[in-house]
Design a binder for this molecule. Structure first.
Ligand code: SF4
Length: 407
């Protein structure tokens, strides 16, 4: 298939595909799906080998948010029956983080609900980082605290944070449809602040919110322009009690196409399968590992993932290996640029194009049968997917509870 040969060649050269090529990936048929995965897999192995980076979420403050992000179970007015608690103490957070590290995670993601941190909140997170790094100085710490004010990124960097996550989530043109209490520009500004302070920028998206293919391509190209080191790809978990509870419109095949498109646009960037992995990829999760080089271990912010041991078994069974603390995640050319505090831009991507790339859930998250051998349209999105509400489990263990974390 010419398209896939072209995209593979470009990915191996770290060259930006065209928008049309990115859109064409999303439009491939189910008959072509394994070829798409294989092509994206070649690019993934070129830059990341068979390594899988494990990240571990610690929700420092859950629920009670004044913002109205419609995809989020912690939003203003959410009726989702999630855990609600205010700031964990540093030793509590460090204990949860240690469980993830013991399970194989090399990065801990410290997340707090809210519009953005106060200076007092930065102090709390600094104490938490000190507690985590005091136990194991090799652990990477990423903070995800919302919109940053001036100098807060610098303070986090000084406290030992390695990275900052703030997702763009969706395209600029549809951002106002999912959130009214802050803007797309606010989010771009925070990613720039993180970059400017020398933090490794992590910024991603949420698929499945009713967006078009064009929106998905827009946000992924926008992310690449922000030049993050990691891009989490969330698949919407339509929580009961949130405005998007009925948005069950992803299939495992659609998720794989989206991951492949992100990989082709961001060939040498850490692509992470984030929230919604178990709910939407389901038994196709191992194929996702051929495209993405990073996942979250265990549970998410407000929902439960599969058992941590099941994550580890899946990685091993699929022929991949957990990335060790002594291994560098990014390819040498990007790792060097990050270590040097390069603000990014096209200089590190080697592309002749000007654009260069970029929850979890502060960030966050149909099958149809093929029509047969005709090669014509087969399974396409938009067809009815079963609402797999049975797979959505509100988190009841780990941080903020008396029960052991899942790691
Ligand atoms: S995504 Fe973050 S800012 Fe938005 S409602 Fe959820 S916790 Fe609040």
């Amino acid at each position: 298939m010419d398209l896939l040969d072209t995209l593979t060649d470009k990915g191996l050269r770290r060259e930006l595909p065209t928008r049309e090529e990115a859109l064409a990936v999303l439009a491939t048929t189910d008959d072509e799906l394994l070829d798409v995965v294989a092509a994206a897999g070649r690019v993934r192995r070129q830059w990341f080998g068979r390594r899988v980076k494990l990240n571990y979420l610690v929700n420092l403050k859950s629920g009670l948010c004044p913002e109205d992000c419609s995809y989020c179970s912690q939003r203003l007015g959410s009726k989702a029956e999630i855990l609600k608690y205010t700031w964990l103490k540093p030793d509590q957070a460090a204990e949860a983080a240690a469980a993830g590290v013991a399970g194989g995670a090399k990065r801990v993601c410290l997340v707090a609900s809210g519009r953005g941190p106060t200076d007092r909140d930065i102090d709390r997170v600094a104490d938490t980082i000190a507690a985590i790094k005091g136990a194991d100085e090799q652990v990477e710490v990423c903070a995800c605290l919302g919109l940053l004010s001036d100098n807060q990124a610098e303070r986090l960097k000084a406290a030992g944070a390695d990275a900052y996550n703030h997702n763009l989530n969706t395209s600029e043109s549809t951002y106002g449809d999912i959130t009214t209490t802050h803007t797309y520009a606010d989010r771009v500004d925070t990613v720039a602040k993180a970059h400017g302070a020398g933090l490794s920028a992590c910024s991603g998206l949420i698929a499945g919110m009713g967006e078009s293919d064009e929106d998905l391509v827009d946000v992924v190209f926008a992310l690449r322009e922000l030049d993050p080191d990691s891009v989490p790809v969330n698949f919407l978990i339509p929580f009961e009690g949130t405005p998007l509870a009925e948005e069950w419109n992803l299939t495992p095949q659609r998720c794989l196409r989206i991951l492949a498109m992100v990989r082709f646009v961001c060939p040498d960037i850490e692509v992470r399968i984030a929230g919604g992995r178990e709910v939407h990829l389901r038994s196709m999760q191992p194929l996702g590992l051929h495209i993405a080089n990073s996942i979250f271990l265990g549970d998410y912010l407000t929902s439960e993932g599969q058992a941590g041991q099941a994550d580890l078994d899946m990685i091993k069974d699929a022929g991949f290996e957990v990335e060790g603390a002594e291994q560098t995640t990014l390819p040498r050319h990007r790792a060097t640029a990050s270590a040097g505090g390069c603000g990014g831009g096209a200089s590190v991507c080697g592309s002749s194009d000007s654009a260069c790339d970029g929850d979890s859930g502060c960030g966050g998250h149909k099958d149809a049968s093929a029509c047969g051998p005709c090669g014509g349209p087969s399974t396409e999105e938009g067809s009815e997917d079963e609402a797999r509400t049975d797979l959505v489990r509100v988190r009841r263990r780990g941080a903020g509870t008396e029960l052991a974390p899942n790691a």
